[in-house]
Every structure is written in structure tokens, then in C-alpha cells.
Design a protein around this ligand. Structure first.
Ligand code: ZN
Length: 267
């Protein structure tokens, strides 16, 4: 998707977006809207889990959070990465053909959940205010926040869960939402727990924690990613401390040069 084209087609959005971007006031109200592909909507409980988990991981004192379900979308592919990368999902948002109020009702995060496969990257995609991810069947199988040890009333700083299909899918969903809000992989973190037994990856690093390309790379959080060889894998669903700090500066703008669109959001 050509980002300039996307912005250019959204004249009304652009003018208000530019204003917000110029003043750079951090937002005090965050709006997240999600849709399900028709196929994703066939699984029970997907929207409940999406809402429940986002309510927890985005619960910060610096904004009020509004999460809404935009409905069901007929889409030509269930591929959670390609549906955004090839422009279909952003184009639908610009055209206003996914919500009754048209494009002016665009939220800070506009997330599409599909039934795409979650084995081979890219399984999702995220850039300025737009995100998509596959894996609806895994989200339907996900345990509740409480069953996974999360707190529904406050954002747990280090909310660590086992690395399974369902939890991994939710972490990638959170990862793409992070990209939509301007976060990059450098806001991710991996760290060792239980002496040498496990390495934990936070959402913005996600499975890249197990990739040789990222081992030893520096995180904005001030640490380097450990070599996970021989360690078991765990996932943190809450954002890292440096991701939280970055989110606090989110101004509702679309991002400038070097903004989220250029961060190489490959999944
Ligand atoms: Zn990414």
C-alpha cells in the first residue's frame, strides 16, 4: 500500500489529522475499533476475547479507552498480512465502506481480525492507525484474561503466559495494534527468567526474539536481546516499559517521516 495515496484519499481525515499532528498534544482518549472477517465471525467468542485483552493491555492512566466492535466485513482474502499490505483493508477504511458513518469515524486503531493462518509470517500487518491479523480460530480457543493470570482491573506490568497458538496469536494482534499506534520492534524486549530456563518476549519483539537477526540487538528499553538457544519460550502480553513510554506520547497523528509506516512492519 502506498501510504501517500492512502493519506491523499482521506482528505477530511488528513486535515484534522494534520492539526492534531502539528499541536502534538498527547491524546487523552484512545479509540480502538475492530472488525471480523465473515469467516472469522463464524467462531464463537472471538470479539469477546479481542475486546477483553485489548482492554487490559491498553489500560493506562494517560488515556481513557474506548473499544468498539465495528461489525463483520466481507473481504477477498483471509490472509491477515496481505489484506493490509496489498491495500484492501486500508482502502476499505478510506472509502468508508466498513462503517455506517463513513471515513470520518476512523478510530486511532482500526483492526481487522481474519481467519488467516498463523504459521508463516507475515500473519498480520500494522502501520499508521491500521492493523490486521489472522488467527480467529486460535483467538476463539484462548482462555480468559483471568484464566491466564492477567488482571482485568489494572494493567499488569509483566503479564507472562505460555507460548501456545492461542496466546501467540493474541500477542501478534497486540503487536500489530502497537504498530498502528506508532510502535516499532525496537520497543520490544526479551529477557531471561528462571535463571536459564526461559526467555520471555514482549509484544513488539514477539517471535523475532527467537530470530538470529535480533539476538544481541539493542532495545529502546535499554537492554539487548538474549540468545534464547536452549531456553523455553514464554510470551509477555503487556507492553514493555519503553513501549508504554512511547504510547504516552501518541498524539493521534498519522506519523511523519520515519513514523510507524516506515518501520518495516513485516508482520
Ligand atoms: Zn512488526
Amino acid at each position: 500500500m502506498n501510504r501517500r495515496l492512502f493519506l491523499g484519499s482521506a482528505g477530511a481525515i488528513l486535515s484534522t489529522g494534520t492539526l492534531a499532528y502539528t499541536t502534538r498534544q498527547p491524546t487523552d482518549a484512545l479509540e480502538v475499533r475492530f472488525w471480523l472477517s465473515a469467516q472469522a465471525a463464524e467462531y464463537r467468542g472471538v470479539s469477546r476475547r479481542v475486546r477483553e485483552f485489548l482492554e487490559v493491555v491498553l489500560a493506562f492512566e494517560y488515556w481513557t479507552l474506548e473499544i468498539s466492535h465495528g461489525g463483520t466485513v466481507d473481504i477477498s482474502t483471509e490472509d491477515g498480512g496481505q489484506v493490509t499490505r496489498r491495500g484492501e483493508w486500508p482502502a476499505r477504511l478510506v472509502a468508508g465502506s466498513v462503517s455506517p458513518n463513513g471515513s470520518s469515524s476512523r478510530a486511532d486503531v482500526n483492526l481487522l481480525v481474519t481467519d488467516g493462518q498463523m504459521q508463516e509470517a507475515p500473519t498480520g500487518y500494522g502501520f499508521s492507525n491500521v492493523a490486521s491479523v489472522g488467527g480467529a480460530r486460535h483467538i476463539a480457543a484462548l482462555e480468559s484474561v483471568e484464566e491466564l493470570g492477567g488482571s482485568a482491573t489494572e494493567a499488569t506490568e509483566q503479564w507472562v503466559v505460555p507460548d501456545e497458538d492461542a496466546t501467540r496469536t493474541m500477542q501478534i494482534l497486540i503487536h500489530e495494534v502497537g504498530h498502528a499506534l506508532g510502535l516499532g520492534h525496537e520497543h520490544g524486549l526479551s529477557y531471561r527468567v528462571d535463571e536459564r530456563d526461559a526467555v520471555v518476549a514482549t509484544p513488539m519483539l514477539s517471535s523475532y526474539a527467537w530470530s538470529p537477526d535480533y539476538i544481541g540487538e539493542y532495545s529502546q528499553c535499554g537492554t539487548t536481546h538474549p540468545d534464547p538457544t536452549g531456553s523455553s519460550r514464554k510470551l509477555q502480553l503487556s507492553f514493555s516499559s519503553c513501549a508504554r513510554s512511547e504510547l504516552e506520547t501518541y498524539s493521534g497523528g498519522l506519523g511523519g517521516p520515519g513514523g510507524p509506516g516506515s518501520l518495516g512492519a513485516t508482520r
